[in-house]
Design a protein around this ligand. Structure first.
Ligand SMILES: Cc1cc2nc3c(=O)[nH]c(=O)nc-3n(C[C@H](O)[C@H](O)[C@H](O)COP(=O)(O)OP(=O)(O)OC[C@H]3O[C@@H](n4cnc5c(N)ncnc54)[C@H](O)[C@@H]3O)c2cc1C
Length: 456
């Protein structure tokens, strides 16, 4: 009897679960860090997705604090957040790296090599695969092609630049205090080019700090005589992005404290000696600070995705790139429709925060429940301009006060208090309520026993 060979019965089909999607967020700033934190809790914690944050730096500092770092009223180390520690606590991964390109066909992010202090390659360039990529790399100063800006101006784009400014400013005070002859006129003349929120806030903060420095022993310096602050703005009014009444209050306050304000003045060239304008006026200045506007980092225009004139990635209301469903952009680097005509949202921390909030909910809904992505709608809650020391001005929009569509203009200590709340709100979003309350208490306790200025 011949035996009939039969195939072994097929093994029961093992249903391999699909690997969790890889969500990569590039840029841990006002928008990106909040998004990573929220997605870490919603998806990373239970393995619904693998959430990775990539940043060029190891720490986060909320960017609207940079003028305080530059003036020395805030020590950047006190308020920075370690990405590695934060990632562990909030269920996402962190990778140090600078986005340098994108291979969309292979859904792979390209990270530049990292050099050591001697310029040798320490970590070679890497690739990072993704299923969803969120670009949140913020913005850099836009020099609008004006001659001499890169060579002669200081900037406030990063914590390092703000720290450098603080160091230079303090060193010049020390020089003026210790030199054999009294400080000469113009020795400490600062020209701020750009009268948006950053320029206005920095001018007011520098004025405030110069008085504090005198109290800390720089008694040979008479700030009214020796420190000259000049603010130059091309538009007809300061902080063009806020209601006119706020601009008027800001200008009135700056003039009151002695800042020279020039609106409607277009800067055409920066030299070692000073600032030249289209109407032929030259402002001599020892320091030139460029705060005249921002653009997205240049390499974004080389990714094959549509960008606008400021280099921002064009996105749909779902915050997806107009060219690629798997690439999203939020914050300053995104050209997001404002919902009013064809205009796009101005670059603010408020917009970055709201976009992070929506995208965390929207992506979590898509990954976990297969829901369609939600459309972003900006809700303007108002805006504030800090005017140094204990004062500020700004608007609270009706949405914050309930359903009433009203705009309330406030100034003085109440505005300053509300302005400080914006930072606490950011801390709340990334650390949660309990830790934020503890941080407020710790700040209050430690700052009372410390110098009111960074003096090193
Ligand atoms: C002095 C000052 C005051 C301001 N005041 C206010 C205010 O009062 N209210 C307000 O709403 N807005 C204010 N702004 C604007 C606000 O700071 C920005 O709109 C906001 O920070 C944008 O958030 P973002 O997440 O897009 O980018 P950012 O917060 O700038 O974060 C970008 C992150 O990306 C990282 N990064 C950059 N390039 C790369 C790369 N190639 N690869 C990897 N990582 C990268 C950076 O290290 C950074 O961590 C102020 C800005 C300044 C400078």
């Amino acid at each position: 009897m011949s035996q009939i060979q039969t195939d072994p019965p097929p093994a029961p089909a093992v249903h391999e679960p699909a690997p969790p999607p890889r969500i990569v967020i590039v840029g841990g700033g006002a928008g990106g860090l909040e998004l990573a934190t929220r997605l870490g809790h919603r998806l990373g914690r239970r393995g619904h997705a693998e959430v990775t944050l990539v940043d060029a730096s190891l720490t986060h500092l909320w960017k609207p604090l940079l003028h305080e770092v530059a003036s020395g009223t805030l020590d950047s180390q006190d308020d920075e957040v370690s990405f590695l520690a934060h990632a562990k606590r909030h269920h996402f991964r962190f990778q140090l790296g600078t986005m340098a390109g994108l291979d969309r066909a292979r859904r792979t992010l390209l990270l530049a090599a990292i050099d050591d202090e001697d310029g040798h390659i320490m970590i070679p360039g890497r690739e990072l695969p993704y299923d969803k990529l969120i670009v949140a790399i913020g913005s850099v100063s836009n020099d609008f092609g004006v001659e001499g800006v890169r060579e002669h101006c200081l900037f406030l784009d990063s914590r390092e630049q703000a720290d450098r400014f603080q160091h230079i400013f303090l060193t010049h005070f020390i020089k003026a205090q210790t030199q054999a002859v009294p400080p000469g006129e113009g020795q400490m003349k600062v020209a701020l080019i750009g009268g948006g929120a950053t320029g206005v806030e920095l001018a007011a903060e520098l004025h405030h700090v110069s008085r504090l420095l005198v109290a800390y022993g720089f008694d040979r310096i008479v700030p009214e005589r020796d420190l000259k602050l000049v603010l130059i703005e091309a538009a007809e009014r300061l902080v063009p992005a806020v209601p006119e009444r706020i601009s008027q209050i800001a200008e009135r306050e700056l003039r009151r404290i002695g800042v020279e304000v020039h609106t409607g003045t277009l800067v055409t060239r920066i030299t070692r000696e000073g600032v030249e304008t289209r109407n032929g006026v030259c402002f001599p200045a020892r320091f030139k600070v460029w705060t005249a506007g921002i653009r997205a980092p240049c390499f974004l225009s080389t990714l094959g995705l549509q960008t606008n004139r400021s280099g921002q990635l064009m996105v749909r209301p779902t915050l997806q790139s107009v060219d690629d469903d798997d690439v999203f952009a939020i914050g300053d680097c995104a050209a997001c429709p404002s919902g009013v005509g064809t205009t796009i949202l101005p670059p603010t921390a408020q917009a970055a925060h709201q976009q992070a909030l929506l995208l965390a909910r929207s992506l979590a809904g898509q990954v976990r429940k297969g829901r369609p992505l939600e459309a972003f709608q900006f809700v303007n809650l108002g805006g504030f301009v800090s005017l140094g020391g204990h004062t500020a001005t700004g608007t609270l929009m009706g949405n914050l006060l309930g359903k009433v569509a009203a705009t309330l203009i406030i100034e003085g200590w109440l505005a300053r208090f509300t302005y400080r709340l914006l930072y606490r709100k950011h801390q709340w979003a990334i650390h949660g309520g309990v830790r934020t309350v503890l941080m407020v208490l710790t700040d209050w306790a430690t700052r009372r026993g410390r110098a009111r200025l960074k003096l090193h």
